[in-house]
Design a protein around this ligand. Structure first.
Ligand code: NAD
Length: 479
């Protein structure tokens, strides 16, 4: 298919201004496509179409039928899995295995929420005698969705599936850097039979289509995933219309390794948790905190694994692909230079496959050691294949360092001590805590979201359905 039209009100149509944005393949740096540069008029038309759908056929559809539709969509995504994975890999540069997993995860979102659509129950509340109180959970109405480029297909499922399951009509603004899979997924959705206006797609620049969507007074909720800086802009714009927001803004998640940890499995999972998607994962474990007694041993195990990581183009299906763009490559390389300038020790570096000489946005995977918790390498979200190691002296020190960033999205705790597992899980301020394991980005069933500057609101699991619905209390005086 071509990617030159927006989906508004059930019809593919060109952007009002007729402009386009070029799309580059991160593995080669070559242009592979272009997408419409939607603007304010397109966003306005999409919100209008969504409102009509919500007040029309989509809003009237019984919950079990919505669920069926989502389930059918999930099955069709799986029918097209290989085609979608190829599209996703060439658009993002991610290795084929990861792209295949992402498409399966996208389908799983629609499967999970398809099954949940007719199980969104309200409640009754005992009140005064002669009264019956019913709390209904209603769809919010028209929801706006702004997603990033790191996991385009997964983000599509993560944000749209619960919104649609709950009965909302949606407007999606995917990221301009990578969103080809969104076009194909919407195409499949239309084929499956979603009523016109239930899913609208307006691609464009963040400062144009994105800003127009967040400022639109016709929305009932905005769901945004991306950088904290843009998260602030989204909240400011939404506040002008009193539109609530669910924000997921990234992290600087710690992996905390105690002296009784299984070093073999910890080092394997910790390496995978930062190398996955070239480190461009909001929940990447990008800091490793190591008990000083085992610091050298754990660092050596990580250094060994890091030095064997090879980065290369997506079709080679290596451990690590390129980063998304020349801009992101420059950003990550800047952090590497800052570390070098401040004399931070490089404990190990991965390799670049010879094919990376042909072009593409590659960054050498790097493990830094003995980084001070106050250093920007330990504080800022680098969003590249860069891991920083910090020593700690005891449990209290580990908790202090773990919480010593503006973020709080996820954490990994590696210890066999049951009491310590729970104490740490309670003390670390993060939305998801793994114990003796780490699943960056995974778990459709598992509520996910941030503390502090990692955002607010919860996605995934049944929690997402609470965000995409609103309670309405009916107080009946029956005498
Ligand atoms: P970004 O926040 O600029 O972009 C994310 C989405 O927001 C895109 O769809 C973009 O078009 C849109 N957007 C941009 N400006 C907007 C505006 N003014 N109003 C409304 N929408 C707007 O992220 P980025 O610049 O692509 O990446 C920068 C950094 O953000 C990364 O290096 C990383 O640290 C972080 N990030 C985090 C996540 C995450 O999953 N939490 C994802 C992507 C990026």
């Amino acid at each position: 298919m071509t990617f030159d039209k927006l989906m508004i009100g059930g019809r593919w149509r060109p952007a009002t201004e007729g402009q386009t944005i070029p799309v580059f393949a991160p593995s080669t740096g070559q242009q592979i496509s272009s997408i419409p540069r939607g603007g304010e008029a397109d966003v306005g038309a999409a919100v209008k179409a969504a409102r009509e759908a919500f007040e029309g056929a989509w809003g009237a559809m019984p919950a079990f039928e919505r669920g069926r539709l989502l389930s059918r969509f999930a099955a069709r995504i799986l029918d097209h899995a290989e085609e979608l994975a190829l599209l996703e890999a060439s658009d993002t540069g991610k290795p084929m295995t990861l792209a295949r997993n992402d498409i399966k995860a996208c389908a799983r979102y629609f499967e999970f929420y398809g099954g949940a659509a007719d199980k969104i129950h309200g409640e009754t509340i005992p009140y005064l005698s002669g009264y019956q109180v019913i709390v209904m959970r209603e769809a919010r109405g028209v929801t706006g969705h702004i997603i990033p480029w790191n996991y385009p297909a997964q983000m599509f499922g993560r944000t749209l599936a619960p919104a649609l399951a709950a009965g909302n009509a949606t407007v999606l603004k995917p990221a301009e850097e990578a969103c080809l899979s969104s076009f194909r997924l919407v195409d499949i959705a239309m084929d499956v039979g979603f009523p016109e206006g239930a899913i609208n797609l307006v691609s464009g620049l963040g400062s144009e289509a994105g800003a127009a969507l967040t400022a639109h007074p016709g929305l009932d909720l905005i769901s945004f995933t991306g950088s904290p800086a843009v998260g602030t802009l989204v909240q400011q714009a939404a506040a002008m219309n009193h539109v609530p927001c669910v924000l997921e803004l990234g992290g600087k998640s710690p992996q905390i390794v105690f002296d009784d940890a299984d070093v073999e499995s910890a080092s394997k999972a910790i390496t995978a948790g930062i190398i996955q998607n070239a480190g461009q994962t909001c929940s990447a474990g990008s800091r490793v905190l190591i008990h000083q007694k085992v610091y050298d041993q754990v660092l050596a195990a990580l250094a060994d694994r890091f030095s064997r990581v090879v980065a290369g183009p997506h079709e080679l299906d290596l451990d690590c692909g390129p980063v998304i763009s020349a801009k992101q490559q420059g950003r990550v390389e800047n952090y590497l230079r800052e570390g070098e300038r401040d004399g931070v020790t490089v404990a190990a570096q991965g390799q670049l496959h010879p094919r990376t000489q042909d072009g593409g946005y590659f960054v050498t995977p790097t493990l830094f050691s003995n980084v001070a918790s106050t250093h920007l390498l330990a504080q800022e979200e680098i969003f590249g294949p860069v891991l920083v190691a910090l020593p700690f002296s005891d449990e209290a020190d580990a908790i202090r360092i773990a919480n010593d960033t503006p973020y709080g999205l996820m954490a990994g705790i590696w210890t066999r001590d049951g009491g310590r597992q729970l104490r740490l899980a309670k003390a670390v301020r993060a939305g998801q805590i793994y114990v003796n394991g780490f699943g960056a980005g995974g778990g459709i069933e598992l509520p996910f979201g941030g503390f502090k500057r990692s955002g607010h609101g919860r996605e995934k699991g049944f929690e997402a359905l609470r965000e995409f619905t609103v309670a309405k209390t009916v107080i009946l005086n029956h005498g």
